[in-house]
Design a protein around this ligand. Structure first.
Ligand code: BGC
Length: 341
C-alpha cells in the first residue's frame, strides 16, 4: 500500500536557476534552497549547500535546512512579548521559548510559486491572523535571483494589516568542501562585528552586548572556526554587525582552505546568527548519499537580534500596517583557484 505523502496533496515544486558559475535548486515547501552547485575551474560542479536526498526528509528531519524562517527567525524568550501594552502569547516549540516562528513556522508551509524563469523565482505566502500567536494577516514574498554569474540574492518582503513584529531569514547550511560527511569547522570565517550577544543556557541573549576583543568571538580578521571552538562553548550566537541597517553591505566571508572556494555574504539587516551545526545524526545522509557529520554545515543567518520584541535596547522588529518589511541577502560565490599544471 502506498504510504501517505507528508505533503497532503500539496506536492512541492522544484525549481532551478542557473548561470555559467552557479546552479541553484529551490523547493516551494519552505521556500527553501535545496542545492547550490558551484562550477569548478576544471568544469565539474560541487554542491555546497546542505540538502536531503528525498523531499520527504525535509518535514521529517527539518533543521530548517535551506528554508525561510519566520514569522520570527531565532528565539523569543518565554514565547511571549507585549505589543502596545497587550500581552501576545506565541506557540512555544523549544522548551518555554519560541524558535524560528513556532512548531508550524514558515519553513513548514507550502508557498505558492508566483513567477519563475531560469534566473529568478518568487514564492508567496499568506500567514493568517493569529498564526502561531502573531497578530495580523501577513503577506510574504521571497524572490531568489541570480545576478551576474556569481551572485545569488534573496529579497524577502512582508506586509501586515495590524501592528506586529517580523524577522525573516534564509537558513542554508554551507560546507564549501562539498563533503557533508566532513566537519565544516575547518572553514575560515570573517565577520564584520565588534560586538556579539552572550546568551544563557537556553540561548536567549543576556542583558547587554559584549565586545569581541580578546574572545573566541573575534572574527574581525579571518580565522579558522576550529581555532577557538572549544573555548566558545559552540558557536550559536548573534553578531552585532557593523554598518547601517537598511544598507546592503558585505558582512561575512567563508572560505574552505582546501578547495579555496569562498562565499561572501551581504545583508541589509543588523545582526548575523552564526551557527556551526552540531546536531546532525550520521543516520541522515546528504543528497549526495553520504552520512552527515554532526557539524556538516555552517548557518550564517542575517536577521535582527534574537528576542528583540522583548528588548527595547535592540533594533526594532516592529512592522506597522502600510509599511513594507524588506530584507535583502546576497551571497557572492568564488570557485577555487585554477589547478596548477
Ligand atoms: C539556531 C540553533 C538551532 C538551529 C536549528 C539555528 O538558527 O541558532 O540554535 O539549533 O537553528 O536548525
Amino acid at each position: 500500500m502506498p504510504t501517505a505523502s507528508p505533503f497532503a496533496g500539496h506536492e512541492p515544486r522544484i525549481l532551478e536557476l542557473h548561470s555559467d558559475l552557479i546552479r541553484a535548486e529551490f523547493c516551494s515547501y519552505g521556500a527553501r534552497l535545496t542545492a547550490l552547485y558551484l562550477r569548478n575551474p576544471d568544469g565539474s560542479e560541487t554542491n555546497i549547500a546542505l540538502g536531503f536526498p528525498q523531499l520527504d526528509d525535509y518535514p521529517a528531519h527539518d533543521s530548517y535546512v535551506g528554508a525561510i524562517c519566520g514569522r520570527f527567525a531565532n528565539r523569543i524568550a518565554q514565547a511571549r512579548f507585549e505589543l502596545d501594552g497587550t500581552p501576545i502569547a506565541l506557540s512555544a516549540n523549544e522548551g518555554p521559548n519560541q524558535l524560528h516562528g513556532g512548531a508550524e513556522g514558515f519553513d513548514r508551509r507550502h508557498w505558492d510559486t508566483l513567477a519563475f524563469d531560469y534566473r529568478s523565482v518568487t514564492f508567496a505566502l499568506t500567514s493568517p491572523d493569529g498564526d502561531q500567536g502573531y497578530p495580523g494577516t501577513m503577506k510574504i514574498q521571497v524572490t531568489y535571483r541570480i545576478i551576474d554569474e556569481d551572485r545569488l540574492q534573496c529579497l524577502i518582503t512582508a506586509t501586515c494589516d495590524r501592528p506586529t513584529v517580523v524577522n525573516l531569514t534564509n537558513h542554508a547550511y554551507w560546507n564549501l568542501s562539498g563533503d557533508f560527511s566532513r566537519s565544516a569547522a575547518d572553514h575560515l570565517l570573517q565577520i564584520d562585528a565588534d560586538e556579539y550577544l552572550p546568551v544563557d543556557e537556553q540561548l536567549i541573549p543576556l542583558p547587554g552586548r559584549s565586545s569581541v576583543e580578546d574572545t573566541a568571538f573575534d572574527f574581525r580578521e579571518e580565522k579558522s572556526i576550529s581555532e577557538r571552538l572549544d573555548e566558545s562553548g559552540g558557536y550559536d550566537h548573534n553578531f552585532c554587525l557593523d554598518g547601517a541597517r537598511g544598507q546592503l553591505r558585505p558582512v561575512a566571508r567563508l572560505t574552505d582552505p582546501e578547495s579555496g572556494r569562498s562565499l561572501s555574504l551581504s545583508t541589509t539587516e543588523a545582526g548575523l546568527q552564526f551557527y556551526l551545526a552540531r546536531h546532525f545524526s550520521p543516520a541522515l545522509s546528504s543528497r549526495e548519499g553520504r552520512p552527515l557529520h554532526p557539524a556538516a554545515g555552517i548557518a550564517l543567518e542575517p536577521q535582527t537580534y534574537p528576542d528583540s520584541p522583548n528588548r527595547p535596547d535592540f533594533p526594532s522588529a516592529r512592522l506597522e500596517p502600510g509599511e513594507v518589511y524588506e530584507h535583502l541577502i546576497e551571497w557572492k560565490f568564488a570557485p577555487g583557484p585554477e589547478p596548477t599544471l
